[in-house]
Design a protein around this ligand. Structure first.
Ligand SMILES: [Zn+2]
Length: 408
């Protein structure tokens, strides 16, 4: 276990948005491309009245239901038992013993993923991503570390990536003890089992975006495997729009003996991005967007097939969303707000929705259908609500919400 663990969580949040997909026509004070609505025409400054109210009901796609029915709890249990049977999966454990250690476990995971890929009609590929980690804290000698990666290329926008991982390595109390038993059933055979099961059920489907299922190693020694994979994807120019790390999934009892609700997951999602620049932080302070990072926007309540299916099926998050507080040709101090963004690349894109919420609300509460455009002017003051934007495809699938930056 390192930093970002998946645990239990109760209560629904804005993160349930992707699965709440009701789409209806709305009457909203907007003008898209053809001018600016007058205040009289709009007739209201009440956002809750103008925008379609967003409820919390879930409208699962039948295809998602079918996929969920393929999840096999017995397979997940068997995977956890098999991984525990390797005795230890410590990063510095043997890589030559056929039955014990990280080498044998890596070979078994690779074989599993290859068997799933065989059912994909040649679309899913499996690779071992191997590198040598030099001596470092918790790495006493140069050590070969291997990630196992299954990739299912997207059909419509393959440059858009969604990544799900679990860490294969384990440890006992002494993080440098690589010979003692460290079965690591909870931490993190459980996460690897989730990744393998997702690989299996997703392999026979096709999605617009590219899906990556990976087991990473060197986690307990310092996140080395996942860091290497991230650098490689960055160097390749992959547009990674979301990544989920499954670590300790499904534990039946907490350290203090309490038994949490088994039907909810705790999702750890950063608010202010780790990589935020001083300028980014200044923008958040200006518009109150510290809770609207791309991570928060993309997170949807669970780390399982509900999430991956929705992200891979839906359009990508709109890019370069800017808010113009004084639309061109208008006087400063107006209540008009203009949003502009880049067109999405998906061929099945239907339209965009501006979502709104009161500044005091934690969740988006309203949606305004603005059509298939790349700019819109609203007769809603930016002083009254927060704005976001999401893309909608022909089937009604919703992208994560983009949060605007202030136009220069
Ligand atoms: Zn862990």
């Amino acid at each position: 276990m390192e930093n970002n663990e998946v645990q239990r969580h109760s209560g629904s949040t804005r993160r349930t948005f992707l699965s709440a997909s009701a789409v209806t026509a709305v009457a909203a004070p907007i003008v898209a491309q053809s001018g600016i609505a007058s205040a009289a025409q709009a007739g209201t400054a009440n956002v809750a009245g103008a925008a379609r109210a967003l409820g919390s009901r879930h409208a699962f796609d039948p295809a998602l239901r079918a996929l969920l029915r393929q999840i096999d709890p017995d397979r997940i249990r068997a995977t956890i038992q098999r991984l525990s049977d390797f005795g230890t999966r410590h990063t510095a454990s043997t890589q030559t013993d056929p039955n014990r250690g990280i080498g044998a476990a890596t070979a078994w995971v690779t074989q599993q993923m290859q068997s799933f890929a065989a059912a994909s009609g040649g679309r899913m590929t499996v690779q071992q991503q191997t590198f040598v980690q030099p001596v470092a804290n918790r790495i006493p000698v140069p050590t070969t570390i291997t990630n196992v990666i299954a990739t299912l290329p997207g059909t419509a926008s393959p440059e858009r990536f969604y990544v799900v991982t679990g860490h294969l390595d384990s440890r006992c109390t002494d993080v440098l003890d690589f010979t003692s038993d460290a079965p690591g059933a909870d931490d993190d055979a459980s996460g690897v089992a989730v990744v393998l099961e997702l690989t299996r059920v997703f392999a026979t489907h096709q999605f617009p975006g590219t899906l990556v299922f990976a087991t990473v190693a060197g986690e307990e020694q310092g996140l080395y495997g996942s860091s290497h994979m991230a650098w490689q994807m960055n160097a390749a120019g992959n547009d990674v729009q979301a990544m989920f790390s499954n670590d300790i999934v499904g534990a039946s009892q907490a350290f203090d003996g309490t038994k949490p609700d088994p039907f909810t997951l705790r999702l750890f999602v950063e608010g202010v991005p780790t990589a935020a620049t001083a300028n980014d932080i200044a923008l958040m302070q200006s518009v109150g967007g510290e809770n609207d990072s791309s991570s928060r926007g993309g997170a949807t309540g669970t780390c399982g097939p509900a999430t991956m299916w929705a992200l891979a099926t839906a359009p990508g998050t709109p890019k370069n969303l800017q808010i113009h507080t004084t639309p061109p040709g208008t006087l400063s101090g107006t209540n008009l707000t203009t949003l502009t963004w880049n067109a999405n690349p998906e061929s099945n894109l239907a339209r965009y929705e501006v979502v709104t919420r009161e500044t005091s609300a934690a969740d988006w509460t309203g949606a305004i259908d603005v059509g298939n455009v790349t700019s819109v002017t609203l007769d809603i003051s930016k002083d009254n609500v927060q704005f976001g934007l999401r893309a909608v495809d022909n089937a009604g699938n919703l992208s994560p919400v983009a949060f605007p930056v202030i136009a220069a």
